[in-house]
Write a protein of this length. Structure first.
Length: 274
């Protein structure tokens, strides 16, 4: 059950703050975050099975991220397109985020259930093929898991509360956001009134960091874009037992010339052992 916590245009220093966990089967092949060889303005991890991604940012300051819409009883017939392509396409297109999201409504049934966030320095849009309209995201703190935007599952409530505490500071430390994403406690709180435990196992709605032998939190990502256009992007990867295996850090400034390569900070690796 993925989780994206984000603050949009509500902090005096940062225009965008993102803290996100990607949950996936450990066997699914994945490339760590980097600038893509054939799309060098795009910074993201890569799904090596289907070719898309789950979260990314460009050197022009465009952001996108996706979660699946959980509906285990829906027919799982083969579809032509992978949901991860939506993130890639929204990052490299020239439409405004709102226009891209509206255009997507017309073809969204080609995909399994999804929630897509797409934004730039002017606007942030949310679109789902389980909703009949595009939402222009209002300034403030928000959370997205595997239901509609701001659905108050317990871990969504808990994560947004912790994010709001961090937003009260003048400066936000990336490690504090990564610490939030590493929270393995089972949190309390009321489920939404339409919650169906047969469709969404309750433990998955109550843990920010998920750990099982076959499925769990594969990576945590933090993205900070300040009002001067400085971007900080950190991806931390995990082994099936929850141990950190690698952290990758990138910094650059929005709209730098294409001939200028972003500065990559030190990469630290921690090998998982048996």
């Amino acid at each position: 059950m993925c989780l994206i916590l984000f603050a949009w245009q509500c902090h005096p220093r940062y225009s965008l703050v993102v803290a996100a966990n990607r949950e996936e089967f450990h066997a699914r092949p994945t490339a760590a975050a980097d600038f893509w060889e054939h799309q060098p303005d795009l910074l993201a991890g890569r799904d090596l099975q289907a070719g898309g991604t789950w979260l990314g940012v460009t050197r022009g300051g465009r952001f996108a991220a996706i979660t699946n819409y959980r509906e285990p009883l829906a027919p799982q017939q083969p579809l032509q397109f992978s949901r991860g392509h939506l993130v890639r396409d929204s990052l490299v297109c020239h439409d405004s985020p709102i226009t891209y999201a509206q255009r997507l409504l017309g073809s969204s049934q080609a995909y399994r259930g999804f929630n897509l966030l797409t934004g730039d320095q002017q606007a942030m849009a949310y679109v789902s093929n389980r909703l009949d309209h595009v939402v222009e995201v209002e300034p403030g703190s928000h959370a997205l898991s595997n239901h509609l935007l701001d659905t108050d599952w317990p871990k969504v409530q808990h994560g947004r509360t912790r994010l709001n505490r961090l937003l009260s500071a003048d400066s936000i430390e990336p490690e504090a956001l990564l610490g939030l994403l590493a929270d393995q406690q089972v949190v309390s709180g009321q489920e939404p009134v339409d919650f169906n435990p047969a469709l969404v196992p309750e433990p998955l709605t109550r843990k920010i960091f998920v750990q099982t032998p076959d499925y769990g939190t594969r990576s945590s990502t933090v993205l900070l874009i300040d009002r001067a256009g400085r971007v900080e992007f950190i991806e931390r990867q995990f082994a099936p037992d929850g141990r950190e295996t690698q952290t990758r850090r990138f910094e650059f400034t929005v709209s730098v010339p294409e001939s200028m390569q972003p500065t990559r900070m030190k990469t630290s690796r921690r090998q998982a052992t048996d």
